[in-house]
Structure formats: structure tokens, C-alpha cells
Write a protein that binds this ligand. Structure first.
Ligand code: ATP
Length: 320
């Protein structure tokens, strides 16, 4: 039997999506994004690269200047009423009532959702609190919550109903390492249950830890997208040689075409040239022939950060 189009299509699909703010700022420029169903998709870029603007267009909060977006197979923003109940979103910090308890914030939120069944409300609120680890603190006023607890409460609000897609804008922003680990564990758990998760982050290691796929943004443009493995693999690894004779090692490696040599203590690292890279066994033999004592010899896999720097020619920690 043929699958309905909404199941076979990508969870998020944009064509030439563009946003120019009224002040003239081109925040998102011709974005073609394809988020496969079932993926944990990292939307990566430094501050100001256009991530939040994209998410706001995807959720129908602002209209694009040009281009189109489909979410769960439906055009946005025109199908926003039908799409939003199928999507859990955590955008720009949850809007909470400080004088209400965590539990009452969720009840209030659920009451405002016309698709939510009031008969199951109590049970669903309890489950969502349990899920994000706030069951014990459910009766506490939200203003007494730490930043991490507020973030988790926002996530609980997104989880009050089963969702096909979760859209999380910088879900670990401002959290301590323990809070970050908890959110990441929860994301993995949700993904394992089949929910597609689209999360933005400016943290490369976070994307490498939880995501199956990623897209990289810089100055409003999509630099690259694909599986995290492929993105990191596109970057050549660095050669790393451990030796008590760094000056001699540098000389021999240079003679054999290794570039960008750096000495750090007894470690010598360098880049393998893209054209005609030397055979690693031959390289090792050349070091030994020149009486360079070699303690360790190998290549280090390229990281997503290396990929970003290689693709944009700039460091990742750019403040917007
Ligand atoms: N309402 C607005 N009016 C005018 N310009 C805006 C508006 N919102 C964002 N911008 C600008 O658009 C660009 C992209 O901003 P956006 O918030 O989408 O980036 P981001 O990648 O989400 O960064 P951050 O992580 O800091 O939120 C920035 O240069 C920003 O200053």
C-alpha cells in the first residue's frame, strides 16, 4: 500500500527560504533545507547566523520575504493551524507564569490548546513532568525554578501531547553541564521513540554528541548539510606524530609534503596535502630512516569544527 505523502516526505523542507527584516537586514538568504523524518537534526551556526529567524518562519510566527517552507508535508505559514498541533516547540525560552507552580503552568498551557483533551489533562501533565525530571518540583512556583528547570518545564509543555516533530531553539543555552546532559539524554530518548528532533545550537560538540544530521549556517546562508559523519569526514584528518625529536621530524615531514606543521611539546601535527597525499607507511619509514625516534604515529579524524573552519575560512566562535 502506498504511504500517505505526509509520511514519506521530509519533516522539514524549504526552498529558497529568505527573510529580509524591515530594517533591510537579510537574516536568511535562499535557504534549501531538508530534514529527514526520524533524524535528530542539528541546526548549527554562530550567533546572528539566522537560526532563530528560520525557526520562526518554520513555525509560522513570521512570514518569509521569499521562498517556501513545508513542515510535516504541509505548506507554512498557510497550514499553520493544522501543523502546529503535530509539532512541539521550544523557542526563545518558555513563557512562564512565575506565580504559578510548574504543574499549574502546564495545566494553563494545555487549557489554551484546543486540540488537548481535558479528560486526560491531569495524567498528561503528570507524565510530562515525570519525563523531564520535574515531578518532585512540580508544586514549586516557577519563579523559584533555576534556568535549567525553566528550560525543562518548557520542554514538558512541548511534550504534553505526542508529537511528530520537536523544534528546539538552543535547548541547552544557559544550562550547567549536568542540565545539558539531561536535556541531551531526553532528546536521544525522544528520537529513539521515532520523534524527529530539529534543534538549533551554536555548540559544535553538542551537535556531534546528539545529532544524526546537521546543517551549518553562516551569515544567513546554508554552508552545508548532511549526516554528521559525512560532514566531519569531508575534512581531512591531521597527521599526529609523537616524538622526542620534533625539529628533525618537522624537517622530514616537510620534505615529504606535509604542510601546516605545528609543534606542541613532543607532538608534531600537520595537514596531509589534498593532492597526492603521501603513503602513511612510507612517511613513517622516512622518519625512521632519518633517525627520528617515533613514539606514536597516526591521523586524527576531522571534527565538525574543522569542517566549519574549512568551509567558511573563519573561526566558529563569532559573536553576532
Ligand atoms: N526583528 C528583527 N529585526 C531586524 N533584524 C533582526 C531581527 N531579528 C533578527 N535580526 C537580525 O537578523 C540576523 C539573524 O538573527 P537570528 O536571531 O536569526 O540569528 P541566530 O543565528 O538565531 O542568532 P542567535 O543565536 O544570536 O539568536 C542578525 O543579524 C539579527 O541582528
Amino acid at each position: 500500500m502506498a504511504q500517505p505523502a505526509s509520511v514519506t516526505e521530509a519533516a522539514i523542507d524549504t526552498r529558497g527560504l529568505t527573510k529580509r527584516y524591515r530594517g533591510g537586514q537579510l537574516a536568511v538568504d535562499g535557504l534549501d533545507l531538508a530534514v529527514p523524518r526520524g533524524s535528530v537534526f542539528g541546526f548549527l551556526g554562530p550567533n546572528g547566523s539566522g537560526k532563530t529567524t528560520t525557526i520562526r518562519m518554520l513555525m509560522g510566527l513570521i512570514a518569509p520575504t521569499a521562498g517556501s517552507a513545508r513542515v510535516l508535508g504541509e505548506p507554512m505559514p498557510s497550514a499553520v493551524r493544522g501543523v502546529l498541533p503535530r509539532v512541539g516547540a521550544l523557542i526563545e525560552g518558555p513563557a512562564l507564569y512565575g506565580h504559578l507552580s510548574g504543574r499549574d503552568n502546564l495545566v494553563r498551557y494545555d487549557c489554551a490548546d484546543p486540540t488537548a483533551d481535558p479528560r486526560t489533562r491531569g495524567a498528561r501533565v503528570g507524565q510530562a513532568l515525570e519525563r523531564v525530571g520535574l515531578a518532585a518540583a512540580a508544586g514549586k512556583k516557577a519563579r523559584a525554578y533555576s534556568l535549567g528547570m525553566k528550560q525543562r518545564l518548557g520542554l514538558a509543555a512541548a511534550l504534553l501531547q505526542p508529537r511528530e516533530l520537536l523544534v528546539l531553539d538552543e535547548p541547552t543555552n544557559g544550562l550547567d553541564p549536568q542540565g545539558m546532559r539531561e536535556i541531551r539524554a531526553l532528546v536521544r530518548e525522544l528520537a529513539a521513540e521515532g520523534t524527529t528532533v530539529f534543534l538549533s545550537s551554536h555548540l559544535l560538540d553538542e551537535i556531534e554528541q546528539v545529532c544524526t544530521h546537521a546543517a551549518v549556517m553562516a551569515r544567513g546562508r546554508l554552508i552545508t548539510q548532511g549526516t554528521v559523519g559525512d560532514l566531519a569526514e569531508g575534512v581531512r584528518g591531521r597527521l599526529v606524530v609523537g616524538t622526542p625529536d620534533p625539529p628533525e621530524a618537522v624537517r622530514v615531514l616537510k620534505e615529504n609534503g606535509i604542510v601546516g606543521l605545528v609543534v606542541d611539546g613532543d607532538l608534531v601535527t600537520g595537514e596531509l596535502p589534498a593532492q597526492d597525499p603521501p603513503d602513511l607507511a612510507e612517511l613513517n619509514a622516512a622518519l625512521v630512516r632519518a633517525d627520528v625516534r617515533v613514539r606514536s604515529f597516526g591521523t586524527q579524524r576531522g571534527s565538525l569544527e574543522d569542517a566549519f573552519v574549512a568551509l567558511t575560512g573563519e573561526g566558529f566562535d563569532v559573536d553576532g
